[in-house]
Design a binder for this molecule. Structure first.
Ligand code: NDP
Ligand code: 2IT
Length: 449
């Protein structure tokens, strides 16, 4: 296995996020590799780390001042072993090939856990939607779709949103796809409800995360009721995590964005959450405005030079990181443990560094990796695809009950795989092994492709 890790760092030396994801997954699946020497002959690991196809393209667009601009667009089609390529599109200034390869690699195992037939991809652009007008966002999306359209399709590759891509962007991308192809198909998920979107898709990642955490606690005869919870981020996943935590009787005391975090010891109730939704989804403003409205709360500005994030020092019992990768480092993990947190469930993709995860394991914290705990989003994308193929729309109750069943099933699958491979109770090991086996078995069946 160390040969593979050396290959990754020699071939793609600058891709630190991708290397981190590969190292973490392969370390967790080591017991499977030991049992299956035949994987080596078939170059299973070598194939898993090489995307089936990587698209890199120019995205020219005109800003509101009549100035032409150029961004880089990407789509990393990682694996079609168990279904068509499926995964998000991220628009953020930090987007590069390493980040998209890591996200696409994680998506392989996450999608395998959903119980549905979904391959894996991830794409996006180094376009920063912050401060852009609606018209600029539309022109950018149209230019992006004018190239992406030739590579995607309802049975080939079905993108969805991720950071910086929500219903507005999916709408503009879909409009251009439809125009170029002259067909109305379920080629994108996360669509608005009146033209093919699924009920509960917007809520799915956050709701699913909370359903998963509730299962973890139920397995120990506990519940979320009355638990003090930390949530980071304030976008799609964070908002719906808070919403479901409130439903379950928990008390959420934090939120954040890239400018800092807010701490509200009284708890974020439904009214405050509605304010946050308007603030972030409509006005697209900064989280600090929360304290202008709710003056008992505290805003702590982000300090890029600090070695820790103050959000993870707030006293609580459960933590749900829902912003971005590597937002919890070793020091943050130690702070979480010291302040009494006993459950960490990842809503974001790889929010904890490898060192942070080691701290959680060492302290005996209940830890759920994002590929299991935040699989509810892509799972409901799969349900949106199913509804689109049938030209039907299921009720909210139908989709929500399927989501609950899927999260329960992922939870059970993780525990069974962990048990079988001698690490009972480890969601980290169980999630990686179960996802890995599903994909690798399909690869074995389909020959050397
Ligand atoms: P959104 O764009 O809706 O929200 C992202 C949030 O994270 C914002 O509050 C944003 O702050 C904050 N954020 C982004 N980058 C940084 C950064 N570098 N430092 C600090 N804060 C940051 O995205 P989502 O909620 O959709 O995605 C959040 C995470 O969840 C990602 O890791 C994504 O991969 C994962 N995920 C998403 C799913 C989905 O269906 N959308 C499903 C499963 C997982 P600001 O507003 O300042 O940019
Ligand atoms: O990280 C994720 O799972 C997503 N951004 C959602 C992907 C999808 O295709 O629904």
């Amino acid at each position: 296995m160390s040969d593979i890790l050396r290959t990754v760092s020699a071939r793609d030396p600058g891709e630190k996020e991708f290397q981190q994801a590969v190292r973490d997954v392969f370390a967790a699946v080591k017991p499977v590799l030991d049992r299956h020497p035949e994987y080596r002959r078939n170059a299973i690991l070598e194939r898993l780390i090489e995307p089936e196809r990587t698209l890199l393209f120019r995205v020219p667009w005109m800003d509101d001042h009549g100035q032409a601009r150029v961004n880089r667009g990407f789509r990393v089609e990682m694996s079609s072993a168990i279904g068509p390529y499926k995964g998000g599109l991220r628009f953020h200034a930090s987007v590069n090939l390493s980040i998209l390869k890591f996200l696409a690699f994680e998506q392989v195992f996450k999608n395998a856990l959903t119980t549905l037939s979904l391959g894996a991809a991830q794409g996006g652009a180094d376009f920063d939607p912050k401060g852009k007008s609606d018209d600029e966002v539309m022109r950018f999306c149209q230019s992006f779709a004018a190239e992406l359209f030739r590579h995607i399709g309802p049975d080939t590759d079905i993108p969805e949103g991720d950071i910086g891509v929500g219903a507005r962007e999916i709408g503009y991308l879909f409009g251009m796809y439809k125009r170029l192809r002259n067909e109305f198909t379920g080629v994108l998920t996360g669509k608005s409800l009146n033209w093919g979107g699924s009920l509960v898709r917007r809520e799915a990642a956050g709701y699913g995360l909370v359903y998963f955490a509730a299962e973890m606690l139920a397995a120990r005869n506990q519940s979320l009721a009355g638990k003090v919870c930390l949530v980071s981020g304030s976008g799609n996943v964070a908002q719906h995590t808070v919403e479901k935590l409130i439903d379950m009787g928990a008390k959420v005391v934090t939120l954040s964005d890239s400018s800092g975090c807010i701490v509200d010891e009284e708890g974020i109730d439904r009214g405050k959450l509605d304010f946050v939704k308007r603030l972030k989804n409509i006005r697209r403003a900064r989280i600090g405005e929360y304290v202008d409205k709710y003056s008992q709360a505290l805003f702590v500005e982000k300090d890029a030079t600090a070695d820790h994030n103050p959000i993870w020092k707030v006293k609580a019992e459960c933590a749900f990181p829902c912003a971005t990768e590597n937002e919890i480092n070793r020091r943050d993990a130690e702070n979480l443990v010291a302040s009494g947190v006993s459950l960490v469930a990842e809503g974001a993709t790889m929010p904890a560094t490898s060192e942070a995860v080691e701290v959680f394991q060492g302290a005996g914290i209940l830890f759920a990796p994002g590929k299991a705990a935040s699989a509810g989003g892509v799972a409901v994308s799969g349900l949106e695809m199913a509804q689109n193929s049938m030209r039907l729309a299921w009720s909210r109750e139908e989709v929500d009950s399927r989501l609950k069943m899927i999260m329960k099933s992922i939870h059970r699958t993780c525990l069974e795989a962990a048990e079988e491979y001698g690490q009972p109770g480890s969601y980290l090991v169980g999630a990686n092994i179960a996802g890995f086996l599903k994909v690798v078995n399909a690869m074995q069946d389909q020959g050397l492709v």
